[in-house]
Write a protein that binds this ligand. Sequence first.
Ligand code: BG6
Length: 488
Amino acid sequence: MAEFIPVGSFDIVIFGGTGDLSRRKLLPALYHRWADGQIPEDAKIIGISRSELDDTAFRSFAYEACCEASPDSVNKSDWKQFEKHLHYVTMDATDPDADWADLKAHITQDSDRPLVFYLAVTPKIYVPICQALGQAGLSEGNTRVVLEKPIGTDLASAHKINEGVGAVFAEECIYRIDHYLGKETVQNLMVLRFANSLFEPLWNRTAIDHIQITVSEHYGVGERAGYYDGSGALRDMVQNHLLQLLCLIAMEPPNSIDGDAIRTEKIKVLEALSSISPQVAKEDTVRAQYAAGAVKGEAVPGYLEELGRESGTETFVAIKASIDNWRWARVPFYLRTGKRMKGRHSEIVVQFRETPHSMFGDTEAQSNRLVINVQPDEGVRLYLQIKEPGPGGLRIKSLPLNLSYADNFAVRYPDAYERLLMDVVRGNLSLFMRREEVEAAWKWVDGLLEAWEQADVPMQTYQAGLEDGPVEARLMLRRDGRDWWEAT
Ligand code: BG6
């Protein structure tokens, strides 16, 4: 049984309370924390949106949402207890004439008690909402504001949001979410690196040949095509999730797990990322869109067909990145992510160097490899070379020491939002991004977008559901004498 550390009482106000994020993630996450006994009896969850609902209708909405998210875990009689926490206020928070009295009447009058404003709305209205909160006198006391990604669409817009929100809330009250940081296996990256003395002496250019970070998704963009087309794989996934994984793999050991200690180290990695010139972009990056293909034998449309028009937005990106510092000089970090890929798998592969001299002659010996499965089949596999038993010649085989989460822990893995929401209430900032991190990541991504444009890097294609990206992404590694690790 997992142990849960109770949190103190709190109020959480969800702007966009009836929106997609609230329905798919936030309400189910809060329900699960409640079901595990982590939410105090007098905690309040207040949904806000423009939809004309009352508490009863919002509770039904939340019930449907939780059943949809995890059909087996919602119990109707328990639900009656949980729904007492749920309240609803109809309001357009961006309307300058909005009346905040109703919301204020719902909020518990205790300036020591954490009051969380979760902005599950489009980033375009982060600043107006924060300004309105300030004017309504709701930014005082023990308040926290949670911002979902994407924070802007480039450095300039991210800067503007950070300035605007920062004019109302102090940096230590701003929680910028990247939900990958709430995933169990992502948190395990730090434990793996810094709670085992085995790895640190090897974690550098002398022992490591290269690192691969892959986030492959099986789904297409579907109903999100409208949003996605203004974003693309680079902004939607690399700017945040993949760069955060890269930071955790590449950062120097922080002196504690205190929020600022970790974040300071991550920022140094982002600042050391080598900028990509147009010439380098041609050779070391690949962008592509999925064309029509098939999933489980059923034909599926290509990206442009789903969108219904022409578009220059990539659904796949592969990048050979480098980090300009002593630890990682000349160690490539190959990043790739795509929608409608052959399989759904996210993993990090640390490929160690070959032995300096092979005394076993013409065998199949490979180099050591550490594979961290982020999802699914969460776990860690360390590939070692062993002698294949049997008489005759000496045959060497590469086999993994396999540390599977499923085999070792019989627990439900909490959704990333469960941990992140409780961390906001606890005031633990370590899994949230600091302003400089977001801006440094945008600076690097902006540079790459500009390089793509200047060098006119072609848009490749891959067959939806049938390929792990375009052939050009494989060729990019082949030129370096390497291959992408194929998940087994
Ligand atoms: C989101 C992206 O941040 O992460 C989506 O906007 C993507 O496009 C999703 O599908 C992936 O998250 P997960 O947890 O399913 O890997």
